[in-house]
Ligand binder design. Structure first.
Ligand SMILES: CC(C)(COP(=O)(O)OP(=O)(O)OC[C@H]1O[C@@H](n2cnc3c(N)ncnc32)[C@H](O)[C@@H]1OP(=O)(O)O)[C@@H](O)C(=O)NCCC(=O)NCCS
Length: 210
C-alpha cells in the first residue's frame, strides 16, 4: 500500500532547515515539525510530567533548565545549521483544517545523532491523554520514512550516510517494545541503566526517494 505520509523540506537562503512530516489518521492528522523557540515551554512541561517520564530515561521528570538547554542549545541550532537529525514538535491537527483551526501540542519526536557516525537515535514522548490511540506506531513508521528520505537526499550524520536507527526501551515497556518490533527493529543487546534492564533495538536502513 502506498504511504500517505507527507514529508516537506524547506531550506532558507541562510541554510536553516525546516521539516514537517504529516501523518493522516482516521480522526486527525499528526504533524512532526522542526522545533522552534516558542515550543520550549511545551517541551519543558512534557519532560516534567511524571507519568510521561515513568518509563523513559531515568524514570524521573527532567528539570526545566536541562530541557531548555537541550532545545535551545542543541536541537534548534541543528535545524538552523541545516542538520535534519534533531528534535521535532508533535502536533495534532483536525482533519478539516478549514472548519477547525485547533492545533494541539501532543509531544516530541527525535531522530538525533547516535553514538557513532552513520547511526541515528530515535525517541518519542507523547502526552498521556493522547496515548493508546495508535499515534506512537503511526509516528514511528513516519519517522522511518523520514530517515529513508534523508538518506536519499544525501544527508550525513556525524560525517557518514545514515545506515541504521537505534532506539532503547525498558524491557517492561509494552507499548515501546511493540512499536519497535512492528517497525521491524531487532534487539541488538540488552543493558542495565538507571536500575532498569533495557532493550537496545536497531533497524538497518535503505534509501527511499521522495
Ligand atoms: C511509547 C509511546 C510513544 C507509545 O505511544 P502510543 O501512541 O501510546 O502507542 P500506540 O497507541 O501506537 O500503541 C502501540 C502498541 O502498544 C500497545 N500499548 C500502548 N500502550 C500500552 C500499555 N500501556 N500497555 C500495553 N500495551 C500498550 C498498543 O495497544 C499498540 O499495540 P497494537 O498495535 O498491537 O494494538 C507513548 O506511550 C509515550 O510517549 N510514552 C512516554 C514516553 C516513553 O516512554 N517513550 C518511549 C521510550 S523511547
Amino acid at each position: 500500500m502506498a504511504s500517505t505520509t507527507l514529508i516537506d523540506f524547506q531550506t532558507s537562503p541562510a541554510g536553516a532547515l525546516t521539516v514537517s512530516i504529516t501523518v493522516p489518521l482516521a480522526d486527525a492528522s499528526i504533524r512532526f515539525r522542526s522545533l522552534v523557540a516558542s515550543d520550549v515551554e511545551n517541551v519543558c512541561a512534557l519532560f516534567a510530567d511524571r507519568e510521561v517520564m515513568r518509563l523513559y530515561g531515568t524514570g524521573e521528570p527532567r528539570p526545566a533548565d536541562q530541557v531548555r538547554k537541550r532545545v535551545m542549545e542543541s536541537w534548534i541550532p541543528r535545524w538552523e545549521s541545516g542538520d535534519p537529525f534533531s528534535g521535532m514538535a508533535a502536533e495534532r491537527l483536525p482533519l478539516d483544517e478549514a472548519a477547525d483551526k485547533t492545533v494541539q501540542f501532543i509531544g516530541v519526536g527525535v531522530l538525533g545523532h547516535g553514538d557513532v557516525p552513520g547511526v541515528s537515535e530515535m525517541a518519542a514522548l507523547i502526552h498521556t491523554k493522547f496515548q493508546r490511540n495508535g499515534i506512537g506506531l503511526a509516528s514511528a513508521m513516519a519517522v522511518k520514512e523520514y530517515a529513508e528520505a534523508l538518506i536519499a537526499r544525501g544527508y550525513l550524520v556525524e560525517g557518514e550516510p545514515l545506515r541504521e536507527i537505534v532506539a532503547t526501551t525498558l524491557v517492561d515497556h509494552p507499548a515501546s517494545n511493540k512499536i519497535m518490533q512492528k517497525l521491524g527493529m531487532v534487539v541488538k543487546t540488552t543493558n542495565m541503566r538507571f536500575g532498569h534492564r533495557r532493550n537496545v533495538y536497531f533497524l538497518p536502513l535503505k534509501a527511499k526517494s521522495d
